[in-house]
Design a protein around this ligand. Structure first.
Ligand SMILES: [Fe+2]
Ligand SMILES: [Fe+2]
Length: 194
């Protein structure tokens, strides 16, 4: 998949995560919940951008629908939703982005674009390489809409900030890869391989 992330996740990541079916699905469910929450924060903090409010509202609803689907799959497989653990990935992105920041909104949009892109990369890998055929189909079912979300956030950043969006994205794309490369392995959607 031709994503413009600096670092491509190797297939080895799927091999390592596959035995942790319940933990992976629980973390995936929390990712959907957090994506919906992040969309709501963006709306609440930027009411002066009607185009943003209009674009992100249906995304929030869609992420909650995803949450329901993942939670149903988890419980059907005998698992249950675990506690939401802190995310060193998202925390690293938000902390690292304070350097050179000119606009909180621009950074929030670009970080959302990058997180959606990494989620898409991981879901796509799972949809091709997970040993359970039913789960391959399951993960594939999210790819099209996560690709749309990824494009939506970049589109808003470019609409509101023009060429500054591309310049800032270069920096944040590098940061995203550095954060991920520094993470150890865990049964989570955004884990490293260390
Ligand atoms: Fe989603
Ligand atoms: Fe999404």
């Amino acid at each position: 998949m031709g994503l413009d992330l600096c670092w491509a996740t190797p297939v080895e990541w799927v091999e390592r995560i596959a035995p942790y079916e319940h933990a992976l699905l629980s973390d995936h469910a929390h990712c959907e919940l957090k994506a919906a929450a992040m969309g709501q924060v963006l709306i609440a903090k930027n009411p002066e951008y009607p185009a943003l409010v209009q674009a992100i509202t249906p995304m929030v609803i869609e992420e909650m629908e995803h949450f329901a689907v993942v939670h149903a799959e988890l419980t059907a497989r005998g698992g249950q939703l675990g506690e939401q653990a802190p995310s060193p990935y998202a925390d690293g992105l938000h902390r690292g982005s304070s350097e050179g920041r000119t606009s909180m909104l621009l950074d929030r949009l670009l970080i959302a674009h990058l997180i959606e892109g990494r989620s898409l990369e991981r879901l796509n890998l799972l949809s091709h390489h997970h040993p359970d055929e039913q789960l391959r189909v399951f993960f594939h079912g999210f790819c099209a809409s996560e690709a749309q979300h990824r494009a939506l956030f970049l589109g808003l950043a470019e609409e509101f900030f023009g060429p500054a969006a591309g310049l800032r994205l270069e920096y944040l794309t590098g940061l995203e890869s550095r954060v991920l490369a520094g993470l150890s392995f865990a049964p989570r959607v955004h884990s490293g391989l260390g």
